[in-house]
Design a protein around this ligand. Sequence first.
Ligand SMILES: CC(C)(COP(=O)(O)OP(=O)(O)OC[C@H]1O[C@@H](n2cnc3c(N)ncnc32)[C@H](O)[C@@H]1OP(=O)(O)O)[C@@H](O)C(=O)NCCC(=O)NCCS
Length: 185
Amino acid sequence: MLRAPALRLRFRSMRASDLTAVAGLESAMLHPWPPALLAEALAQQRGWQMVGETGEQVCCYASGTLVADEAEIHRLVVAPGLRRRGIGKALLAACLHRLTTQGARYCFIEVRANNASALALYRRCGFRAVGRRRNYYREPTDDALLLAIDLPALPPLCPVDLGPVNDVQEEAGETQCGLSCPQPG
Ligand SMILES: CC(C)(COP(=O)(O)OP(=O)(O)OC[C@H]1O[C@@H](n2cnc3c(N)ncnc32)[C@H](O)[C@@H]1OP(=O)(O)O)[C@@H](O)C(=O)NCCC(=O)NCCS
């Protein structure tokens, strides 16, 4: 089987100096968050953000809030050229691990009902549908599915089954792991 080159990923908290790179990731989205909104999210007291790097390049990021023991994911984006290699799953695992260590017991996300890749990712990682908001999204109109996961009180290093992700290490607030995935297609 064809194999893509192994990826070494490092996940860490997002910094102001990442804003340009993260705005670049956003530019591939249907309704990109402008840099001002990203900066606002970064400054939010109850907000959390995480980026993933391959080498020096920011290749994915996630953003949300943590209020009491309830976390929300508002954004989770992987660079278009690096999708289907396990990065989204590894990023989600790193976020859930970090959130659990910060006291989260539940995590929620709203997803467009027609966002098949995101729904597959979250279901694959243990989220379940707990609600539907009809015609919640605009341009195009779409339902929102509300997904949720119960998080363990004491998190393992990776709270989801990462499949081909290996060699996970956590040090000084950073999570590092290796990916060696089959070439998609
Ligand atoms: C959703 C997204 C983050 C997935 O990232 P990714 O790195 O491609 O995902 P992974 O390679 O880790 O895939 C993890 C699982 O998700 C599922 N999945 C991901 N993309 C899929 C697709 N296009 N079709 C079907 N299943 C898919 C698979 O079950 C996969 O597990 P498997 O490979 O073990 O079968 C990415 O497509 C993306 O950035 N989309 C645009 C932003 C977005 O819609 N974010 C979500 C809402 S905020």
